[in-house]
Design a protein around this ligand. Structure first.
Ligand SMILES: Nc1nc2c(ncn2[C@@H]2O[C@H](COP(=O)(O)OP(=O)(O)OP(=O)(O)O)[C@@H](O)[C@H]2O)c(=O)[nH]1
Ligand SMILES: [Mg+2]
Length: 489
């Protein structure tokens, strides 16, 4: 979701890169561009103004540090100030000292309250070993109760609801039930409102007064840009908010909301919603997002997601197979599955330093991976282990079985071969691994500067090399076609 803003930043920094030194004038000139980039990304005007003042006064007063280019220095200042703007990481919830912790979720219609309630229950159950009770207190929409019940079932969490009660009474009874049932956390899913209207606003205020929640969290939709910021202000006037949860960060919102919220509402962003799935809620890390916004990638999140998608045993087995040159189509399929478990591919690429902005333009078709997986499914065990021996008649049979064309099977085999070749060059990667600190010592400093141990991503994209590879590929294809012709004669 940050492609837009990080691309703009990349072009601003490119301008600084061309400059030999930093003068007050060229800093101001460059910051004008930063201003435009922030405004276009939907950052609140007041936030942009103050942010730029801080950056300017810091940058202009600064001496050039030897060995650091002006561009790097400006990036550093912008980076630090961006983090300062978004505040310290703060995903802690205030736990009740006795009895259940009550969490009230409020927000506009469709902002993601009900989904977030289930995601939060899932997270608290899994990561904090809490026993959670979800409460269906949205009586506006008849389907809302069913929705929460279904979600509750999916995450294995009981859902409380009683007919004929008004929301404040219902919630009070739910808290009492949780106390009796020995539950640790009660999450109240309240009714949404189209805009900040009095009737519903006073309803949620009444729920708040009745249940005295330990945490009152506002759920806002990142896609609604400035409106999200404005409605947050209005909510905060009526409810003492503990923090905010920003949803739909996986969409193509421009990121302004997460930059502005802390400053405007004065409350931390506790969690962010990054997918529709029920495990798609994460603690918010301002530093990581600042890096992504500036197109510097976010290796930490990448590593975390990779760890979630592939268990240690699987990873070890795969490494072994690669080392023994036994990597085959079954392994390839396993990898494809792991990648799709990790989330959107485009999002993932954005986490790799230096790649994000560059890949923003590429049409990456994730469906292809699913197709590949289906095609591999229709192969026999023997074929998966011997992809190089899959001849035309086998290809035809595989294609039929998968409802694909032989060209698709061909493409998959080609892709696999390329991948295997790349792995043949694993020497590079192993070299790289040697430079990595031993496990557990991936220090913050090292991660803050992943370029120090990652290959230069620009190399991967050098046009000249691509052309060269394409030329070789075409020549090879021609040669093979000729050979086939000769054989047929
Ligand atoms: N992609 C994506 N979709 C989300 C996320 N969070 C919620 N959604 C989707 O947003 C839509 C609305 O979510 P709900 O949870 O029903 O929103 P709500 O605030 O409870 O809506 P009301 O009860 O009508 O006020 C659903 O289709 C969700 O799947 C997210 O983080 N990412
Ligand atoms: Mg709802």
């Amino acid at each position: 979701m940050f492609e837009f803003i990080s691309e703009r930043f990349a072009s601003v920094f490119e301008r600084f890169r061309k400059q030999q030194n930093l003068t007050a004038d060229n800093i101001r000139e460059g910051l004008k561009e930063v201003r435009r980039a922030l405004l276009e990304a939907d950052v609140a005007v007041e936030v942009v103004r103050e942010f730029l003042q801080r950056v300017e006064s810091k940058a202009i007063g600064q001496q050039l540090i030897a060995g650091v280019t002006p561009a790097q220095q400006i990036v550093q200042v912008v980076h630090d100030e961006l983090i300062a703007l978004m505040g310290e990481p703060d995903s802690e919830l205030p736990w009740a000292s006795a009895g259940p912790t009550v969490i009230l979720l409020a927000g506009l219609q469709g902002s993601g309250k009900t989904t977030t309630a289930a995601k939060l229950a899932h997270l608290l159950q899994r990561q904090h070993q809490k026993r959670v009770l979800l409460v269906a207190a949205d009586l506006q929409r008849p389907a809302a109760i069913e929705q929460l019940k279904t979600l509750g079932q999916q995450v294995g969490c009981p859902v409380f609801h009683r007919e004929g009660l008004r929301p404040p009474e219902l919630c009070a009874q739910a808290v009492a039930a949780a106390r009796q049932g020995g539950q640790d956390v009660v999450i109240l899913d309240t009714a949404g409102r189209l805009h900040v209207d009095e009737a519903l606003m006073s309803e949620v205020a009444e729920v708040h007064a009745r249940t005295q929640p330990h945490a009152t969290l506002l759920v806002v939709d990142a896609m609604t840009g400035q409106d999200a910021v404005n409605s947050s202000k209005a909510f905060h006037q009526r409810l003492p908010l503990t923090g905010v949860i920003v949803t739909k960060l996986d969409g193509d919102a421009r990121g302004g909301v997460i930059v502005s919220l802390r400053h405007v509402v004065g409350r931390p962003i506790k969690f962010v919603g990054v997918s529709e799935k029920l495990d798609g809620l994460q603690p918010f890390h301002p530093d990581r997002y600042a890096r992504r916004i500036l197109g510097m990638g976010d290796i930490l999140t990448f590593v975390e997601r990779a760890k979630q998608a592939v268990d240690d045993e699987q990873a070890r087995r795969l490494e072994e197979r690669i080392a023994k040159d036994k990597f085959d189509l079954s392994d390839f399929q396993e990898q494809l599955r792991a990648i799709s478990r990790m989330g959107s591919l485009k999002d993932l690429l954005g986490l790799i330093p230096g790649l994000g902005a560059k890949f923003a333009q590429l049409p990456i078709d994730e469906k292809v991976f699913k197709r590949y997986s289906v095609i591999i499914d229709s192969m026999t065990k023997w074929e998966r282990a011997h992809p190089e021996l899959i001849d035309m008649s086998r290809r035809r049979r595989i294609a039929m079985g998968a409802g694909a064309t032989t060209a698709e099977v061909q493409a998959l085999l080609k892709h696999f071969e390329m991948m295997k070749k790349m792995m043949g060059k694993l020497g590079d990667v192993q070299e790289l691994a040697k430079r990595l600190p031993p496990d557990g010592e991936l220090t913050k400093e090292r991660l803050a500067n992943p370029q120090s141990f990652l290959p230069n991503p620009n190399r991967l994209l050098q046009k000249r090399e691509d052309k060269e590879a394409l030329r070789k590929y075409r020549a090879e294809r021609k040669r093979k076609a000729k050979l086939r012709k000769q054989q047929r004669r």
